[in-house]
Design a protein around this ligand. Structure first.
Ligand code: GLN
Length: 454
């Protein structure tokens, strides 16, 4: 049934880059066989999922939504996807995304925009963005093409698309999920996580995805907690912090009202609400848009026309010409912008003024959170400053696109677990999300506050 829905919705939503219906059926059959023999089923036994096309999948095209990787079929499987298959899940296909996960609207994909199922371009209204970069994941889960999907979050790419499409997504503590086999964007920020219909499904799937991996040098060597068993919406004795600096000028009135409503729900669940301060919040976005492109410019140096996918070899070209032609043809405009920003801020003469300075700001932001968490257990904030916007609305204005990440980027810079839960709709009937940010390693506290909100 899911395979049929995926196929039926493809023209309207463009959520998938490739589909793998047989893989989903095989997992279902394997689970049936286990059930018949009375064997224990995996945590994800038989569940068909969508896989963001940033995870390497053995023998199945893996593109990061870029022309430069078109036709690339890895010989290896990412650790996270392998863990999901080991837990019994099956793959419906590879989901569309922003190219190399750079974007907030899924408009930078070489394989075309993803359309949010919340409003299609069929009633005179412009089609809506599903958010990004995990826009295929959010659209597919929201349209019920799959019960759950993988996402990755570097500066908000799980939480923002989840908020835009009325689903739930959690970015765990940096290091919880192995980055091995995930196409790298900004290695000190990239983190995988689940996107699903609700908190419980996210807890189940995160248990399957997380765990120490010696192949990732920043992987956390800690046992994976039983988050599903630990779920509780009773927040008695818990303190919820409300960061003063997140009440920004120009915040959508509906988002402010939603935030107040969230406070009321958490109080009803037994929590005490306290005001906290994160004084360096306003520097988070500029620091992120230096650090992430810097790391990206280095990570993307490997796409040289020799090792992966595309090669553009003009007649009579030497090696240098081949590199240039391949990268010129293979990377999209946003990816090129990031590489240019990244190489600029890392260049001699500018390094200290931009990159070193941004790293210092990152430390201050981490210290802000550490101090705030002396006074509270979790932090509640909006996920995004607005509801979803129309496709095309911000695509010519990178700055306004980047500003959409204002509430998601701080937790990324500090490596903290953070989640978006659907919490309401705006006057146009579009979904809005609330964000819970937790202490490092306290995914349980985050999930429990999310459960109390949903
Ligand atoms: N929108 C942010 C960016 O474009 C975050 C992307 C992400 O988390 N992968 O960098």
């Amino acid at each position: 049934a899911f395979n049929a829905n995926v196929a039926a919705a493809q023209d309207a939503l463009n959520a998938f880059i490739v589909t793998t219906p047989d893989a989903a059926i095989d997992a279902a059959k394997a689970t049936d066989a286990k059930r018949a023999k009375g064997e224990a089923l995996g945590k994800m036994g038989g569940v068909p999922i969508g896989m963001k096309d940033l995870f390497a999948t053995r023998g199945v095209q893996t593109t990061a939504a870029s022309h430069i990787l078109e036709g690339f079929r890895p010989e290896y499987e990412s650790t996270v996807s392998q863990k999901l298959w080991d837990a019994g899940a099956g793959m419906l296909g590879k989901l569309n995304l922003d190219q190399f996960a750079m974007g907030s609207s899924n408009e930078t994909s070489y394989f075309g925009n993803v359309i949010s199922p919340w409003r299609r371009n069929d009633g005179g209204n412009a089609a809506l963005a599903p958010g990004g970069s995990s826009g295929g994941s959010s659209a597919a889960v929201s349209a019920r093409l799959c019960p759950a999907a993988t996402g990755t979050d570097t500066g908000g790419s799980i939480r923002q698309p989840a908020a835009f499409t009325g689903i739930t997504g959690i970015k765990p503590t940096y290091g919880r999920c192995s980055r091995w086999g995930i196409v790298a964007f900004a290695s000190s920020l990239d983190q995988a996580g689940p996107m699903a219909r609700d908190t419980r499904d996210c807890a189940i799937m995160l248990e399957a995805m997380a765990g120490f991996d010696p192949k990732d040098s920043t992987s956390l060597d800690m046992p994976v907690p039983q988050w599903e068993a630990g779920l509780s919406a009773d927040l008695k004795g818990k303190k919820v912090g409300i960061p003063r600096e997140y009440s920004m000028d120009g915040m959508d009135a509906e988002i402010a009202a939603l935030w107040d409503q969230g406070v009321a729900w958490l109080k009803d669940a037994g929590a005490e609400v306290v005001e906290i301060s994160l004084p360096h919040t306003k520097y988070a976005l500029p620091a992120y848009y230096i650090i992430a492109p810097a790391e990206a410019s280095s990570n993307l140096a490997r796409y040289d026309g020799v090792r992966y996918g595309l090669r553009d070899l003009p007649d009579g070209a030497n090696l240098q010409d081949m590199y240039a032609a391949t990268r010129a043809a293979g990377f999209g405009a946003e990816v090129k912008r990031r590489i240019l920003i990244g190489t600029y801020v890392l260049s001699a003469g500018f390094y200290d003024a931009y990159y070193t300075q941004a790293q210092k700001v990152r430390t201050l932001i981490s210290q802000d959170f550490a101090k705030a968490f002396e006074e509270c257990d979790v932090i509640l904030a909006p996920t995004t400053p607005t509801a979803s916007f129309a496709l095309g609305e911000k695509s010519d204005d990178p700055l306004s696109m980047y500003l959409n990440d204002v509430f998601s980027v701080p937790a990324s810079l500090a490596g903290l677990p953070a989640m978006s839960v659907p919490a309401g709709i705006n006057r146009e009937g579009l979904p809005l999300g609330l964000q819970v940010i937790g202490k490092a390693f306290d995914e349980q506290g985050v999930l429990n506050a999310g459960l109390a909100i949903e």
